[in-house]
Design a protein around this ligand. Structure first.
Ligand code: SAH
Length: 291
């Protein structure tokens, strides 16, 4: 592995030099705070240009020879770059690269990549998702908390709307729990493509459908249960539009916000009462019910 650190904007040059030596993984360790509104909200609030961040990478190669040749090339191109060669034991490297790629438990579900399918022992429902499938692979606390809250709701015969479906994970979970119909919508065509690809990897009832849609401009039909793992900013600013999608006495699962935002989110949904609250890694999730 190479540890490369530089404080100017040579990132493109570094990556093009490294690319000649077939790196097997690049870990970006720079501390880059999320823009307000989060990463996945392309429209609200306007995302300011990020401040310049010094490059700080760990780059893994398949063998030490490639690594040393890459280091030599980098030193020639960028003499001011600080680089350090580090030997990683094989198991260590394998464990690091696989750590985020294993099956994850959440409520009554296991979200598993195709290469780590747990035995079907009937105890949990397995949802297969390729980790490259965008947001919603079970490795984010907000997704897991939504699944935990969903696990405790009786959705049989309910209609379900998943606002911002990403990989489709919450929609698939609701369909597998026997919901009467599930519609997963996303503003992003790539997300809908990945949700449809994920749906094909699972054996799902035909009650599920995905659609490219911005619920703020183009409201879908109201449902008994609405899932919205978005951002604190979007939940607050679009609370009226989201609330209008919940049928009388229906339920709402919200996530994507932290402790500093929860009071604003709750105040924006004052037509609802709080049924359950979960918190993990400073993220929160709420189960609300329409009064
Ligand atoms: N539901 C998944 C993914 C959440 S990520 C999970 O819980 O893991 C949030 C998703 O919301 C992104 O895929 C983003 O494209 C989508 N999104 C953001 N704003 C939206 C809007 N106004 N209408 C529909 N989808 C939206």
């Amino acid at each position: 592995m190479l540890r490369a650190t530089v404080v100017d904007d040579s990132e493109e040059l570094v990556s093009s030099v490294i690319a000649d030596f077939s790196p097997v993984a690049i870990h970006d360790l720079a501390d880059r705070p999320l823009p307000p509104g989060g990463l996945w909200d392309p429209t609200y609030p306007p995302i300011p240009d990020p401040p310049p961040t010094p490059l700080h990478w760990n780059v893994c190669f398949s063998d030490a020879g490639e690594r040393d040749r890459a280091a030599e090339a980098l030193r020639a191109w960028l003499p001011h770059l600080s680089i350090e060669a580090v030997d990683l034991p094989d198991e260590d490297w394998a464990a690091r690269s696989q750590a985020s790629l294993t099956a994850v438990h959440a409520g009554r579900f296991i979200i598993a990549p195709p290469w780590d399918l747990p035995p079907d022992d009937g105890a949990a429902t397995v949802i297969v998702i390729e980790p490259s499938m965008g947001f919603g692979t079970g490795h984010h606390a907000t997704t897991r908390m939504c699944l935990r809250l969903l696990s405790e709701i009786d959705v049989a015969d309910a209609t379900v709307l998943d606002l911002g479906t990403g990989s489709g994970v919450l929609s698939m979970a609701a369909a597998l729990m026997g919901a009467r119909s599930v519609i997963g919508i996303d503003i992003d065509q790539d997300a809908i493509d990945s949700a449809e690809a994920s749906a094909r990897m699972n054996t799902l009832p035909d009650t599920i459908a995905f659609q490219v849609l911005d619920f703020r401009n183009d409201p879908p039909t109201p449902a008994d249960l609405v899932l919205a793992n978005l951002t604190g900013g979007m939940l607050t600013s679009s609370a009226a539009a989201i609330a209008a999608l919940v049928r009388p006495h229906g339920r709402l699962i919200l996530s994507g916000f932290d402790h500093t935002e929860v009071d604003r989110v709750i105040a924006a949904f004052d037509r609802f009462m709080e049924r359950q609250r979960l918190s993990e890694d400073n993220w929160l999730a709420l189960h609300l019910q329409a009064r």
